[in-house]
Design a protein around this ligand. Structure first.
Ligand code: BES
Ligand code: MN
Ligand code: ZN
Length: 495
């Protein structure tokens, strides 16, 4: 799909579908008012007749308008003016995108982007709009044997700027939005694949494909003998029960100055989490194929940066394995030695994410990173604490946490800070090893982060627990593509 930006004057040309907003209580937005005049009052008559009220996420397609400025008009409800904000703007663009993709329009003029939104500048209005079209257009890579529905006709979206002054910011927004959308799409595709397809070695081949597609990306995929040589006893303890070989995938994106310290992104890549010997309940266990979403978000983020050629160095580190029970699986009470030399008593084999991440965090030190961020579907406790709307962020560097919180807000991919603290760390005490891998139910998201904290001495580190935000359950089960928008925003803001 092609996206172009045009300024005020161009909106006179005829379009296949004009997309305009209407606030609740039937108040026409600025673009709608102008169009209404040119349509001889047609839109205000629709409102007067009570056929459209402007409720948030309401849409009405007015087809067959004959000759004139638009073949169709898509009215989109913007909700009450007093609660008009970034969230309702995004909701409006997303529902508009869904509706126009269902229509027969081949081309559309998006006038929603001319509405002013409190605290959202032209750049973000354009970027969030393009991301929404990406989300709306997404289809899960299903393996249904029935005929695939025919693809949407829409091929071209014209994004309208309110004035000439906004043109260049909007063009940048469109470019960044398209890159984020394609990155999120990769993340969603990988996360949605079943675990018998998306194995650790499959992720390795995807990384190599990324490197082929982008000369700025270099990839190394390490196999188990090398992990053993590196002393990654903690990572390797998780993969003992499965027949699928584990991988450590290292992707270097070099867009910045040679020698400039990179940002390291460490993504949890458990391609299936059965719990291991501490086997999970069967209900909903299929969703543990999403336990590699942290890894998938690293792939998506690097893809977006490479597409943009952003001037920054980023290294993506993905420990990938399956967590399965088996004759040689790690047992509760087993003690393992991490790459850092610290010993861990594995009291619960279902707390496996931290066991693979700790060795990957230690490995990240060789890149002398300016910042290390790990991304993981780490704890059910995080879902209990924050639900599905916000990821958790924990950090040993408050300025880093603040930057991530701000990026999440701006990108519409929010996170919320939770604390670290020695008192939580003390809950990990073990009689037999340096510490245990679990600390009881209470404060589970925090104690998990406090486990990782023991491995990042001297690093600027943040941890994102995306267990609640990575995917949705139920009828629309699937990956959300989060937190790619947050991560790309954070990295772009450092360029
Ligand atoms: N992958 C899970 C966390 C998870 C749970 C992600 C629900 C998404 C939805 C993780 O490996 C896990 O099993 N964590 C345990 C930790 C516990 C044993 C301390 C959990 O949250 O129950
Ligand atoms: Mn687990
Ligand atoms: Zn897990």
């Amino acid at each position: 799909m092609e996206f172009t930006v045009e300024a005020g004057g161009a909106r006179r040309a005829r379009t296949d579908c004009a997309i305009v907003g209407v606030h609740e209580r039937s108040e026409l937005g600025s673009a709608a008012r102008e169009l209404d005049v040119r349509l001889g009052g047609r839109l205000s008559r629709i409102l007067k007749a009570g056929d459209f009220s402007g409720r948030s996420a309401e849409t009405l397609l007015v087809p067959d308008l004959g000759p004139g400025p638009a073949a169709r008009v898509l009215l989109v409800g913007l909700g009450p003016r007093k609660s008009w904000n970034r969230r309702s703007y995004r909701r409006a663009v997303l529902t508009a995108a869904q509706a126009v993709l269902r229509s027969g329009a081949r081309e559309a003029r998006l006038l929603l982007t001319t509405e002013s939104v409190p605290e959202v500048d032209a750049y973000y209005r354009a970027r969030l709009a393009i991301e929404s079209f990406g989300l709306a257009r997404y289809r899960v890579p299903d393996l249904k044997s029935s005929r695939k529905p025919s693809p949407a006709r829409l091929a071209h979206v014209r994004v309208v700027a309110a004035s000439k002054d906004e043109l260049s910011a909007m063009k940048r927004g469109v470019l960044h939005g398209a890159a984020i959308a394609s990155g999120s799409t990769l993340t969603r595709d990988l996360a949605n694949l079943p675990a018998n397809v998306c194995t650790p070695s499959y992720l390795g081949t995807v990384a190599k494909r990324l490197a082929r597609e982008h000369r700025s990306i270099r990839v190394r995929v390490l196999a188990e003998p090398e992990l053993k040589r590196l002393g990654m006893g903690s990572f390797l303890s998780v993969t003992r029960g499965t027949h699928e070989p584990a991988r450590l995938i290292v992707m270097e994106y070099r867009g910045g100055r040679p020698g400039a310290a990179p940002v390291a992104l460490v993504g949890k890549g458990v391609t299936f989490d059965s719990g291991g010997i501490s086997l999970k309940d069967p209900g909903g266990m299929d969703e543990m194929k999403f336990d590699m979403t942290g890894a998938a978000s690293v792939f998506g983020t690097l893809k977006a940066l490479a597409a943009l050629g952003s001037p920054i160095n980023v290294v993506g580190i993905v420990p990938a394995c399956e967590n399965m029970p088996g004759g040689s699986a790690t047992k509760p009470g087993d003690i393992v030695t991490s790459m850092s030399g610290q010993t861990i008593e594995v009291l619960n084999t279902d707390a496996e994410g931290r066991l693979i991440l700790c060795d990957a965090l230690t490995y990240s030190r060789r890149f002398k990173p300016s910042v290390v961020i790990d991304i993981a579907t780490l704890t059910g406790a995080c879902v209990v604490a924050l639900g599905q709307h916000m990821s958790a962020v924990m950090s040993n560097t408050q300025t880093l946490a603040d930057a991530l919180l701000a990026s999440g807000r701006r990108a519409g991919d929010p996170c919320w800070q939770m604390p670290l603290g020695e008192e939580y760390q003390e809950q990990l005490k073990s009689n037999f090893a340096d510490f245990a891998n679990v600390a009881g139910r209470e404060g589970g998201a925090i104690t998990a982060a406090c486990f990782l904290w023991k491995f990042v001495d001297g690093l600027n580190w943040a941890h994102l627990d995306i267990a609640g935000t990575a995917y949705v359950s139920g009828a629309n089960k699937g990956s959300t593509g989060r937190p790619v928008p947050l991560l790309v925003d954070f990295l772009l803001s450092r360029t």
